[in-house]
Design a protein around this ligand. Structure first.
Ligand SMILES: Nc1ncnc2c1ncn2[C@@H]1O[C@H](COP(=O)(O)OP(=O)(O)OP(=O)(O)O)[C@@H](O)[C@H]1O
Length: 340
């Protein structure tokens, strides 16, 4: 089922939470809505779900205008971070719940067979008789997904489903969710503020800021060509260096960087730690090492420039570098944006 948002607007009292968002999610696609807290991700998801109504624009499910269709008739399944399971029901009963209350009547045996299939799909065979309090947080979210899938939704909506879990469990569940998505092919909209999660999981990433889409594309496109300083910063792990652009060149503290198309004046240069190189002789940006952080397989160095800007870069584990050392940083690759 293809979903289309056409100039959607949502205002709470006088606060405009979603400003003119247009977006297409192809049938079978897994799209992540990514953005900082308060950027409007959950509001968009809730409007797609029918839990909240747009006060401008339209939402289409396939060719049908779904803007005013109530939640129970939309054929959507949800998994929310805090959308708790029913604590007094077993795992099986939780999964069966939607089928029992659905308008589509099913035989008891058909419901039991479907619950067994779903338990297998979410790899929780044998845990059907447990109560939610008797399983782990990761297992609970898998039950929540099985419950959402039980009524054969046309669209799956996930709001930070793994937000409360620790990093290793999150990574496992991410991989697992992707596999399930590929097996079932359900159109899926996933909300997260975690860039790594969005980039790992999604076919396409939609980046939001202050209720607007600021960029969308495949993970590769947004990583290779972030379109603004905001997206570059938000995708994380980058250095920001103040610069001055003159005639298509950004001058930053001893470095000259190509800045085609950037207007003359104050600018910001962004470069990832892997795109910085360190040497004890110039040319480059003069800096002094403040800390060396050992990591598995490498070392992260933090240095400070003569103008007081902090730079982070990675060096080989065997490179002799220590706090207090003076040297020069060069940029192998960088992006320049006019200061805004
Ligand atoms: N029911 C409401 N009444 C008033 N304001 C609301 C309501 N729901 C959301 N907002 C406001 O709308 C803005 C967008 O909220 P939303 O929950 O969509 O953001 P988000 O990107 O999902 O953030 P988070 O990552 O923190 O969940 C926020 O400023 C929020 O305070």
């Amino acid at each position: 089922m293809k979903i289309r948002l056409d100039h959607v607007v949502k205002t709470f009292d006088t606060f405009r939470a979603v400003r003119d968002v247009s977006l297409e999610i192809e049938s079978g696609e897994l799209v992540a809505l990514l953005g900082p807290s308060g950027s409007g991700k959950t509001t968009i998801l809730r409007m797609v779900a029918g839990l909240e109504f747009a006060d401008g624009g339209h939402i289409y499910f396939g060719d049908q205008d779904a803007t005013d269709i109530p939640v129970r008739d939309r054929g959507v399944g949800f998994v929310f971070q805090h959308y708790a399971l029913f604590p007094h029901m077993t795992v099986q009963e939780n999964i069966a719940f939607g089928m029992k209350v659905s308008k589509v009547k099913r035989e008891k045996s058909a419901i039991a067979a479907r619950v067994d299939d779903l338990l297998r799909l979410v790899q929780l065979e044998g845990l059907g008789d447990r109560f939610p309090a008797q399983i782990s947080g990761g297992q609970r979210q898998r039950v929540a997904l099985a419950r959402a899938l039980a009524v054969d939704p046309k669209v799956l909506l996930l709001d930070e489903p793994f937000g409360a879990l620790d990093a290793a469990v999150r990574r496992d569940l991410r991989r697992w969710l992707r596999e399930i998505h590929d097996e079932l092919g359900i159109t899926t909209l996933f909300v997260t503020h975690d860039q790594e999660e969005a980039l790992d999981l999604a076919d396409r990433v939609v980046i939001l800021n202050q209720g607007q889409v600021v960029q969308q594309g495949t993970p590769e496109q947004v990583c290779r060509e972030p379109g603004s300083a905001f997206v570059t910063r938000f995708l994380g792990d980058t250095n920001r260096i103040s610069a001055e652009v003159r005639g298509g060149v950004a001058y930053a503290d001893g470095a000259a960087i190509a800045a085609d198309g950037v207007a003359n004046g104050a600018a910001e240069v962004y470069a990832r730690p892997g795109d910085l190189a360190w040497s004890e002789t110039g040319p480059g940006i003069a800096a002094s090492v403040t800390r060396v952080l050992d990591r598995p397989g490498g070392r992260r160095v933090i240095a400070i420039t003569t103008t007081g800007e902090h730079l982070e870069f990675d060096v080989e584990p065997e490179l002799a570098v220590r706090a207090g050392q003076q040297g020069f940083v060069t940029l192998r690759r960088a992006q320049v944006f006019a200061a805004g």
